[in-house]
Design a protein around this ligand. Structure first.
Ligand code: PLP
Length: 510
């Protein structure tokens, strides 16, 4: 194989670890329901919500946590959410209908994203709060409310183009939201339509991992809220969108080692680490490394609720340097959040069956073909590099698959090779589409042992965006079915995703 195996082991919390410790169940389910198969654990969503709530509690803040529905189409997840006190952020007519049907009342729903007239009408008809993208959308909503005699619509003004200290634009460009420099005409329009719209707050969502950019945006929103109040408007809160992130990997050392060696592979000072020498954004220009690594920071200790905590503790430079949370509290503003990925952390996995394992004629990594398409396991699409866990078909091999076994993490990471029979192997994972580029991941994946046809490869933590956001039915191949699973004592129970209701588990969801 050459060199030490470069593992990128997934971070597995108790529910996913316990599922992976139940190979008979996983094989029975994929035998019955096909590969790929998505498994969801809705109770984890409720636990993740509690973590966000506890950060609100620490900072004495009120406001709603709206789960960003777009991250997963699952009914089970939405129905489990309905059994909590959280809300949902819907970004299409279908998502709004789904949320209403799952039992989320309109006061717990917020409509975001680009909207067509039907989506706007149903939101306004049911008194769902609408996060307005542009002045044009405001005009459209006002016209709709008047024409159809709808109730006065609760609106948030989504903003973008925030500036730090009024000079350098620090927050990244977004095609969504009204630029802060266009605030005056926006507020004039709000005032003109005051009979049909009620501006309850301002909002932003920035597609960035940068805490300082988000702090700049939140600070900008606080200034806008003051401007609104000075004009006699009475907004009550700020919605800071999503983007709190997930820590996908168990071991930061593995991540550092992998990225260092990837750099060396791109420079040609070690053998390639990807199929076809792909550089994930890096390139070698006459011995000099150029480009930027286009990968998700898969080892991210400050993610999810912790990220929110750090953001709220961040000092507001232009507002006396006090923590952002203190400023929100002082003005009694509600804080709303729209986490998608972060609320789905550890909420599910994707099972795929190994169809073929081939030794390439020219040597190098084994060619492994899975019963799944690249779009069924969209980790690569999101730049998330993380090893699958092999779930052997033959129970006798189960001991050899130690990546899900905490005790073996160190041995595997050190490249000791848990199975003396075969030891670690390097593989390339191909999908089942008749397309050269149908690679589950372009990265050379290291596994603790050679997989066999019939084994399962379980991709952990795929619930956020990696299950169904990109899935297609190309070539008449199925997209994955979904099952929802929950624990009763030591036993896992399951049902098809659309059969799950909070009454399904014995005793019902709390
Ligand atoms: C308006 C809005 N809110 C929330 C989210 C959720 O973001 P994340 O899943 O990164 O938390 C998105 C994602 O695109 C979004 O566009």
């Amino acid at each position: 194989m050459g060199g030490q195996p470069l593992y990128l082991e997934p971070r597995l919390e108790s529910r996913l670890r316990s599922l992976l410790d139940a190979p008979a169940l996983l094989h029975t389910l994929t035998d019955a329901l096909g590969s790929p198969l998505n498994m969801l654990v809705p109770d984890q969503l409720a636990d993740n919500l509690q973590q966000f709530r506890s950060v609100y509690g620490t900072h004495h803040l009120s406001g709603q946590v709206y789960f960003a529905h777009k991250a997963n189409r699952s009914s089970a997840l939405l129905r489990r959410l309905a059994a909590t006190d959280a809300g949902v952020d819907v970004a299409s007519l279908g998502e709004l209908q789904h949320a209403l049907g799952a039992g989320l009342t309109p006061d717990r729903i917020i409509a975001t994203g680009p909207k067509n007239p039907e989506f706007l009408w149903l939101a306004a008809r049911t008194s769902v709060t609408v996060s307005l993208d542009t002045r044009g959308e405001l005009e459209q909503l006002a016209t709709l409310v008047r024409k159809h005699a709808l109730p006065r619509a609760r609106i948030l003004l989504r903003l973008s183009g925030f500036e730090a200290s009024g000079v350098r634009v620090l927050s990244r460009r977004s095609r969504f939201g009204t630029a802060v420099r266009e605030l005056d005409p926006l507020l004039e329009a709000v005032e003109r339509h005051a009979d049909v719209v009620d501006p309850v707050g301002v909002a932003y969502h920035l597609d960035t991992t940068s805490l300082t950019e988000k702090a700049t945006a939140l600070e900008g929103c606080l200034r806008v809220l003051e401007e609104c109040r000075s004009r006699g408007l009475r907004p009550r809160g700020v919605d800071i969108g999503g983007g709190f992130g997930v820590n996908y990997l168990a071991d930061g050392g593995q991540w550092d080692r992998y990225t260092t060696e990837l750099t060396e592979a791109v420079l040609g000072t070690r053998p390639p680490l990807t199929y076809g020498g792909h550089g994930y954004g890096l390139r070698n220009e006459a011995g000099t490394l150029r480009g930027t690594l286009g990968l998700y920071p898969a080892h991210r200790p400050v993610a999810g609720a912790r990220y929110l905590d750090e953001l709220l503790s961040h000092p507001a430079a232009s507002l006396g340097g006090r923590p952002l949370a203190a400023l929100l509290l002082e003005h009694l503003y509600d804080l709303h959040t729209e986490p998608g990925r972060a609320l789905l952390d550890q909420c599910g996995l994707t099972l795929t069956k190994v169809l073929e394992v081939r030794d390439p004629e020219t040597g190098g990594p084994l060619l492994v073909r899975l019963a799944a398409k690249a779009d069924d396991v969209a980790l690569e699409e999101h730049g998330v590099l993380m090893d699958p866990v092999v779930v052997p078909r033959d129970p006798a091999d189960t001991q050899a698959d130690t990546q899900a076994d905490a005790g073996a993490d160190t041995a595997a990471g050190a490249g000791a090779g848990p199975d003396p029979g075969t030891g670690p192997v390097a593989v390339h994972l191909f999908g089942s589409r008749c397309l050269e580029s149908d690679l589950i991941t372009r990265r050379t994946v290291f596994l603790p042992r050679r997989p066999e046809p019939g084994d399962l490869m379980a991709f952990a933590n795929t619930a956020g965006y990696c299950m169904d956001f990109h899935a297609t039915r190309a070539q008449h191949q199925p997209s994955a079915r979904k099952v929802a699973a929950w624990q009763e004592g030591d036993t896992w129970r399951w049902c098809l995703d659309d059969q799950y209701w909070p009454t399904t588990p014995v005793g019902g969801a709390q």
